[in-house]
Write a new protein. Structure first.
Length: 240
């Protein structure tokens, strides 16, 4: 932690008022960014995608579950992975509380991974999550939405992640995509974000950002563990 000047209450208040002006400008800038995001063009989803769910095979249209908006979190869990990504698991720990409100505000939220449904269900049970999670194992969905990649596409510069060519080998990455279904049943992809754009879903970070030590990390999420691994890690540390 960097050294801090200790001041009187009056000096503390004056310094924080100056900072508050910058915080307010940041809030106004974020509001403008949200407005610009809502004004972005959409693209129609003409391809038919099917997913494996606990209730059987469902199309993308059926995943809306009677609502007009669908948010899909692309969770990094490949067909041959033994467990889900640590960072995605950290983010997923924030989903269930938010989903309780989303489903009452015309938004269906779920996660999607390329792993088979049995593997998804087993990991979901281990972590104690309740949000819906479907498998795109038998479709091109993950590849079409730029979160799964073939090695030959990466080498040829055809693999796109976060709107630019992917320049390192990774078969699965994360992101969030928003969809809209109109009264005729037409589906549109309205927005996708990737990489650090997904930090907005992580309320833990928002709290850490106002703490004295901040995020207290030397690299992004280098301290994060799956929530059922913290206790075992602490035991190992104590024993050493």
């Amino acid at each position: 932690m960097q050294p801090h000047k200790i001041v009187s209450q009056g000096e503390w208040m004056a310094a924080h008022k100056v900072h508050l002006a910058k915080e307010k400008e940041f809030t106004r800038m974020r509001d403008r960014l949200r407005a610009e995001r809502l004004a972005l063009p959409w693209v129609r989803v003409d391809k038919t995608y099917e997913f494996d769910t606990p209730e059987g095979r469902k199309t993308l249209a059926e995943l809306f579950d009677g609502r007009s908006q669908l948010a899909m979190y692309h969770f990094m869990l490949g067909p041959d992975w033994k467990q889900g990504c640590v960072g995605c698991s950290f983010g997923a720990d924030h989903f269930d509380g938010a989903n309780l409100h989303l489903q009452h505000h015309d938004v269906t939220f779920l996660a999607v991974s390329r792993a088979p449904l049995e593997k998804i269900e087993a990991y979901k049970k281990r972590m104690g999550w309740k949000f819906p999670w479907v498998s795109s194992f038998s479709s091109d969905f993950n590849y079409d939405f730029n979160v799964s990649f073939h090695k030959e596409d990466i080498k040829a510069g055809r693999a796109i992640y976060n709107y630019v060519p992917l320049d390192y080998e990774m078969d699965e990455l994360h992101g969030t995509t928003a969809f809209y279904k109109d009264e005729k049943g037409d589906i549109f992809r309205t927005f996708s974000r990737y990489a650090r754009g997904d930090e907005d879903i992580m309320g833990t970070y928002m709290i850490l950002d106002i703490m004295p030590k901040g995020r207290n990390e030397s690299g992004t999420m280098d301290w994060v563990k799956r929530h059922d691994e913290y206790e075992s890690a602490e035991r190992v540390q104590a024993a050493s």
